[in-house]
Structures are given as C-alpha cells and as structure tokens.
Design a protein around this ligand. Structure first.
Ligand code: SF4
Length: 295
C-alpha cells in the first residue's frame, strides 16, 4: 500500500562525516524485500510493522530540497541519496521524483552518492551523466551473490545480480565513479570463496572503482525477521547462526570476520580492486577545487 506524506525536511545532516555529510530518502519502506534489511527498524516510528508492503512517499521532497539547496548556507557537501530505503524501487516508476531531484543537484552543483539494487536508475542516465561532468557522483550497486536461486530467496523483489552489474558497466560511460557494495555477506548463503570470486570477476568486468564488502548485522527487528526467514527457508542453518550471532549479538563473532577477511584479501590483489571508496571521492573533489581556483 502506498501512503503519501509531507516531510519536514529533505536533507538530513549526519552526525558523522562518512565521507558524505547529508542524506536524503524519498521513500520509507521498500518492496525489494531483502530479508536482511537493516532499515526495518525505521517503520517503528510510523507505528507500522509492514516495511516491505507499506511504502510512504514524501511527495513534497522536491520543493523542500530546493529550499535547502538554494540557501546561502548550503556548502555543496556530498548527499547520500537512498541511504535508508532504495530510491529506485518500483514505486519510483510512478512518482518520478529522482529526475526532479537530479535536476536540482545539477542546478546547485551538488555532489551525490546513490546506492541501489535496481537498474531503474538507467532511466535517469542522461541526468546522472550531466551531473557527473560538473561534480562528484558515485553510483554503487549492492550485490550479494551470483547464485540466482539464493538471490531470489534473499532479495525476492530485487533485480537479478547480472542486471545490476550491467547497470554499473553502463555508468562507466559517464564521469561517475562506481562501486560494488558486497554487503551483507550472509553466512553459509553468500560467503563461499567461489561466490566471492565470481562477484570480484564481475566487478572487474564492470570496471568498478572499488569493492566494499561487509558482514551481516542483525539488529532488533532485522534479527527477528531474519531468523524467521531462516526457520522457513533454511531451518538447517538456524543453530549454526546462533553460533555466529550468539545471544543478542548484533555483529558476527570475530573469528567469522577474520575468516572472511582471509578469503577476501587475496581476491582484492588478484583483481586489483581495493575497498577504499573514499579515494575516488577525494580525487574528484580535489580536481574540482583546482578548477575553481583557476577562475
Ligand atoms: S533494497 Fe535496501 S531498503 Fe530495500 S529492502 Fe533491500 S536492503 Fe532494505
């Protein structure tokens, strides 16, 4: 069900600079239905338990954004678009808010980061290309597995992994940097060396600037939902998960993280892909500063 709401602000200032300082979310809730979704908690503020079914649309977001970007105080810091919920989930086909947001980013020369699981972003290719010619743009795809059977179970309404790689490849034709967010690494389902190797090979083929891996975190509602999912789809894994996430532990135990690091490190060398995602940001912004000094 779709709920139209009025937001109070478009950009939210983050407490920590990450390297982005602001985030912008058009939608609350997401139909991609990833069972590990860390954003499930956010629906509790709406008194709604149906994160995957009930999507709230901030219909006044474009107007609010222009107010913030046109302010004299706006310093053109990097905005992370869709940090909580995917901006290119299917509902965006109808509302078409992203093209309007991108036009404002172009007008106010504001650098952005977009992370998505959908190739709907290709609809806005020309606008993203235009923005990437004038400031920093990073396009990241979150991709967890090359095994479509596992992918369909974990992310039932996300687009196939190969289509996400095709999308990343397409953005090589722009001036945007691109990255693979290989997260979360889901124990026993996506953490084999074989899967990692295939993901790195596809990332290399798509010529991404970095590959950022991250293990699964199971906070509050996410933990509850994920264990229910395991009970239903992979009951044989439940006891194994209790060993990696004992008690109420949010992150995986250290031994597991160490094991993943040992699997991933050689692949970073093999494919020459670092996990440093702030390097392309710094390089691009330094170039921009230089150009500004010339005028
Ligand atoms: S795409 Fe992101 S926000 Fe949407 S369900 Fe998946 S993890 Fe959650």
């Amino acid at each position: 069900m779709i709920h139209e709401i009025q937001a109070k602000t478009a950009l939210n200032k983050l407490k920590r600079k990450m390297p982005y300082a602001w985030d912008l979310n058009i939608y609350r809730g997401c139909v991609h239905n990833c069972h590990y979704c860390y954003a499930l908690y956010s629906h509790q503020y709406l008194n709604n338990q149906n994160f995957f079914q009930d999507v709230y649309v901030k219909t006044n977001i474009v107007e609010l954004l222009e107010k913030q970007l046109s302010s004299r105080n706006w310093k053109r810091e990097i905005v992370n678009i869709g940090s909580v919920c995917d901006s290119y989930q299917p509902i965006e086909k109808k509302y078409r808010l992203m093209p309007q947001i991108l036009k404002l980013m172009i007008k106010y020369k504001t650098p952005i980061i977009i992370s998505t699981k959908s190739d709907l972003i290709l609809r806005d290719f020309d606008l993203i290309n235009e923005l990437s010619q004038i400031t920093y743009v990073n396009i990241a795809a979150t991709i967890t597995t090359m095994d479509e059977e596992v992918r369909k179970k974990l992310e039932p309404r996300g687009v196939p992994s190969l289509d996400r790689f095709k999308m990343l490849k397409a953005f090589r034709k722009t001036n945007a940097s691109t990255g693979l967010h290989m997260m979360p690494i889901v124990p026993y389902l996506t953490d084999s060396s074989e899967n990692f190797d295939k993901l790195f090979a596809a990332a290399k083929d798509a010529q991404v600037d970095y590959v950022l891996p991250g293990t699964l975190y199971l906070r509050s509602q996410t933990r509850k939902h994920f264990f229910e999912f395991l009970e239903k789809e992979f009951p044989e894994l439940v006891s194994k998960y209790h060993k990696i996430y004992p008690g109420r532990k949010i992150g995986a135990i250290q031994n597991y993280k160490k094991e993943m690091y040992q699997k991933l490190k050689p692949l970073q060398f093999k494919y020459g892909l670092s996990s440093n995602y702030s390097k392309p940001i710094k390089e691009k912004l330094r170039k921009e500063e230089k150009q500004l000094r010339l005028f």
